[in-house]
Ligand binder design. Sequence first.
Ligand code: NVA
Length: 223
Amino acid sequence: RESIPDFARVLSQYVDGIVIRANRHQTVVDLAQHSTCPVINGLTDFAHPCQALADLYTLRELVGKLHGLTLAYIGDSNNMARSLVEGCGRLGMKINLATPKAYQFSKSEIDRFHQDIPQLQLKVTDDPSAAVRNAVAVYTDVWASMGQESEAAIRRCDFVNYQVNSQIMAQAPNGYFMHCLPAHRGEEVTDEVIDGPNSIVVQQAGNRLHVQKGILAWLLSRG
Ligand code: NVA
């Protein structure tokens, strides 16, 4: 029942850091603005930075240097896509997004990405096969994110050609398969891909523990 600023001012006296998951991204922004301790975005409708950090760490662990490599993301222009664009851009990875035309990031958002990250190498297409060619990893996420449940049926039709299946993975023969989980098997990914030898979804999830500890250690050591 309290306003976010009141809640932020009180809670940040009790703790050294706050991890918040919120539907509305603005809630996290407001909380951070009025808190005196670090506030970590644990997931919002706009971004999923902790997951993206764990994902890129996982790739780094498996392939070594990431600079110059390409990540393909097939699916909705959602929180996950946004954080992967930002993460890849900052690490010098190229990122190809394959998304149906009606679901692509707006021009103003693409401009904002390039303004924030001048070295960003981002390609947007509606052709999943073109996006995955030469990719070190193919990433997907659910077609209807939290808050979009009422659109699930229409999105199942709109994204039907964007499923990551064996045919798509065949275009990136050595590519890893990635997903932030939970997955909707049979929709954005088939069982054979998510359970296949190139899937690293379990390592991604496991690395959340280590990378999130790293985020805390980094923030709390900044004084
Ligand atoms: N895009 C998904 C990510 C879940 C981890 C969602 O927001 O529901």
